[in-house]
Write a protein that binds this ligand. Sequence first.
Ligand SMILES: NC(=O)c1ccc[n+]([C@@H]2O[C@H](COP(=O)([O-])OP(=O)(O)OC[C@H]3O[C@@H](n4cnc5c(N)ncnc54)[C@H](O)[C@@H]3O)[C@@H](O)[C@H]2O)c1
Length: 255
Amino acid sequence: MSASVTPRVALVTGTSSGIGEAVVRHFCRLGHQVLAVDFNPAGREVAEEAGASFFQADLTDGDACRAAVAEAIKRFGRVDVLVNNAGVQHVSPIEEFPEAKWRQIIDLMLTAPFLLSQAVWPSMRENGWGRIVNIASVHAQVASPGKSAYISAKHGMIGLTKTAALEGGNQGITANAICPAYVKTPLVDNQIADQAKLHGMQEQEVIEQIMLKNAAVKRLIEPAEVAELVAYLASDSAGAVTGASWNIDLGWTAQ
Ligand SMILES: NC(=O)c1ccc[n+]([C@@H]2O[C@H](COP(=O)([O-])OP(=O)(O)OC[C@H]3O[C@@H](n4cnc5c(N)ncnc54)[C@H](O)[C@@H]3O)[C@@H](O)[C@H]2O)c1
């Protein structure tokens, strides 16, 4: 553990793969106590291998969100850091977008971060220290066709982040959002395969011609690169940083 890192209690959502898994591994290496929360039971093995605890919860359910926070407080006595990361994608035009999918995405990616922030707030306020890190997306800044629910949830997450920053400012609680472009995770692997089928392209062509079309840096992002930024925003060093959206987007939104 680095001498400059204060061990904290962190609750991280969406941890069975991708960015959430990378955050759990990085936090454990830094010496934090982590409750990894996911609806996929495979998350238990990932968490235990990293040195974290695991709690299985479907975060589209408000009671499950509150139960996850109660579990963290029961195990560790407090929550210092909340990383709202769990997410799913569904691509179809507005005209055909299934209402159930819309509701699932808004529940998971906007309502759950709100309910989890609400549930961890008393612990952070009592300790006069808290960090909320919301994994948004480049799609919190710009839109693409076919992703209405995802884009609406991610844009909403920026509003939630800014409001939490204002309310937490005099309580030692910061809130920031991270806005990545395409990160090498199962969520993106599925999209590559789907788009390749849809457009009759090779997977490499999908990456180069669709996913990296707007990128200045022509490569996918590694989950560990996002985890490093999460760790900074969750650190003591970032106490003056709040209400901000941190692009890690290969230069996508620079144009
Ligand atoms: N991969 C990218 O390119 C990219 C880019 C920008 C933002 N993001 C965001 O990063 C976050 C993580 O995505 P990822 O790419 O690592 O994907 P991923 O599919 O690897 O991880 C998503 C995690 O969320 C969990 N999850 C899904 N539904 C859940 C539910 N109802 N309750 C609890 N957990 C649930 C999954 O089991 C999984 O562990 C998402 O919010 C995503 O929108 C990803």
